[in-house]
Ligand binder design. Sequence first.
Ligand code: ADP
Length: 264
Amino acid sequence: MAQERFLGLDVGSTASKAVIVDSDGELVSKGIAQGGAGTKGPDEAMGTALADAGMDRADLAQSCATGYGRKLATWTDIERSELSCHALGASKLFEGVHTVIDVGGQDAKVLRLGRDGKLEKFVMNDKCAAGTGRFLDVMASVFGCDVSELSDYDEQADDVTSISSTCTVFAESEVISKLASGVPIANIVAGVHESVVDRTYGLAMRVGVEPNVAMTGGVALNDSLRRRLEKRLGYPIAASELSQFNGAIGAALYARRNFLSGRE
Ligand code: ADP
């Protein structure tokens, strides 16, 4: 008998992520597209995941949406909160994880998971762009580079140029003036990363960090920033090339769980 397939769709603020898992919960395919809620992003991400798996939407046993724009994904069967999906996804991606630091495009959150992978406690910053991917996106555009290049710049830094403004708009002006006064980009990038680390560290302290620690969300792809955060926290932080898909993986696992429980 052909294996059932389950789709998870994370409709984020900046990017949409889709994954398909099989009936054992193992990853079959994935897709990512720029554009989150209210854009073509969700359909594109899902289209890529389906095409990679050689499937049509009708072949899915069940689908689940999560993320900021999940209410707009009307064609999915069920929906689950981002927190639930991040907890479930991280338990699958990172064995023995107890603290999940998720830094996405518009918010940052820290989740504490119990021994059974259940969400015990969380804190979230969804009020302010500082400390989120948005802050890094704005700075990357000032530097004239892609956000994925910030990590390499940081590696070349021989000093950290502190950014004193926490507000993204003021910090942007501060960065522009530092560039104009001849400070090397690499050192400013290091300061920008430290600013995000400050905010993330503050959130993490409110929840209390218990190892193992993992980082998810698109900002987890920024190795230099993650290393700075490791230094500050005093714990290694696991990340994976699938970190940005963590919410979608959790959603796909919920679709699978929901389908299988309905069958019992
Ligand atoms: P959301 O779910 O809110 O759309 P994501 O978890 O997808 O957020 O993260 C998006 C953020 O991740 C972007 O704003 C960007 O700052 C960061 N990001 C995305 N890709 C990369 C990359 N290759 N390297 C570093 N940062 C990245």
